[in-house]
Unconditional design. Structure first.
Length: 347
């Protein structure tokens, strides 16, 4: 049984960390080390992790001397894996593994020496995270999988909790996750699969928790994954696609982008939203065309005018949602006020 290095980079994860660690302890596969990287947490994260480490010598807790970004915290974890480990498994602090997860992933990896990354399904509150690969096949040419992703035929390679990396691959680059954006795990796959294979276990082996505090919750709200695809097409398209494919796919993504921006304009998205898009697009060498944006907005307004009933329902729905959020905030404020000791409140 080859050694598997399991890593959990975490910041203020006390709410879900116990369940995450218990998921690792419950694995049917037993030859692992577990490294928890505490990123200067201000809650009980360190206390929880250290308590488990005291009772199981396979668990090691490391605390950063200063706070770093999420991607850098993952790279810190990768640098700490044992030189003897054959595989590396990330488990996000708010996710957890089902008992057979590591055993199933390692079995496929051991049977396919060219497979550098092994993926699997995850389930969340909305259902199964479906990648889109054909279920009758478990090993895929890495270049072909990257082509499928860049062309929009599959939905990425999974999230970090769903995949297993060969440790030799992780050690071959420093940093393993390039850049500083949350999409760095996908970039690592696009780099690594140029000359290796991608294997896949067609089973649900982990639970991905969707909650408001998660990093990807904000990204979903901003539809950041659309810009990720534009960025990756620009950076990695020449490696995997023909020029004609790149141009056709770029136009598809830009049409989708302008439709989304037009909807956001009509819905009066705030300054933070527009600043995010401006900064991300500037960083990858794109700028919003005023003419194209105006055309997309006009088309959206025309569509709304042709469906007045649906438009009115959407407006009323947004107003009710806004009122509900305000009521929730007001109740939270009242609740907090009621918890303040009287002698402090009077001051």
């Amino acid at each position: 049984m080859p050694l598997v290095s399991v890593v959990t980079p975490v910041y203020n994860g006390e709410k879900y960390l116990v369940e995450c660690i218990e998921g690792v302890l419950a694995q049917t596969y037993k030859n692992w080390e577990y490294i928890v990287i505490n990123n200067c947490s201000t809650d009980k994260t360190l206390e929880i992790a250290c308590n488990y480490a005291q009772h199981d010598d396979r668990i090691r807790v490391v605390s950063n001397s200063q706070f770093v970004g999420s991607t850098e915290n993952h790279n810190t974890a990768f640098r700490l894996i044992s030189e003897k480990s054959r595989y590396c498994k990330v488990v996000s602090a708010d996710d957890y593994l089902f008992p057979e997860c590591i055993e199933k992933l390692v079995a496929v990896a051991e049977g396919n020496s060219r497979a550098a990354i092994i993926g699997s399904y995850a389930i969340d509150t909305k259902g199964v995270r479906w990648i889109g690969l054909p279920p009758d096949k478990s090993v895929f040419d890495g270049r072909e999988v990257c082509r499928l992703y860049l062309l929009g035929s599959i939905d990425a390679f999974g999230v970090p909790t769903t995949v297993l990396y060969r440790s030799a691959l992780v050690r071959s680059r420093d940093p393993f996750y390039p850049g500083s954006l949350p999409n760095a795990d996908i970039a690592a796959c696009l780099i690594s699969l140029a000359d290796t294979d991608f294997a896949f276990v067609h089973q649900i082996l982990s639970y991905e928790r969707i909650h408001s505090e998660a990093i990807n919750a904000g990204l979903r709200e901003l539809n950041a994954f659309l810009i990720d695809r534009i960025q990756f097409l620009r950076e990695y398209g020449p490696t995997y696609l023909k020029q004609e494919e790149i141009e056709n796919r770029r136009e598809e993504l830009l049409r989708e982008l302008y439709r989304y921006l037009a909807v956001s304009f009509v819905h009066l998205r705030g300054k933070q939203f527009w600043n995010y898009y401006r900064e991300r697009l500037d960083a990858i060498g794109y700028s919003v065309s005023g003419l194209r944006m105006a055309g997309a907005v006009c088309m959206k307004l025309a569509d709304l005018s042709l469906n007045p009933k649906q438009t009115l329902e959407k407006i009323l729905g947004r107003l009710r949602s806004r009122q509900h959020r305000h009521a929730m905030k007001r109740n939270e404020c009242l609740s907090c006020a009621n918890r303040i000791p009287r002698h402090i409140a009077l001051q």
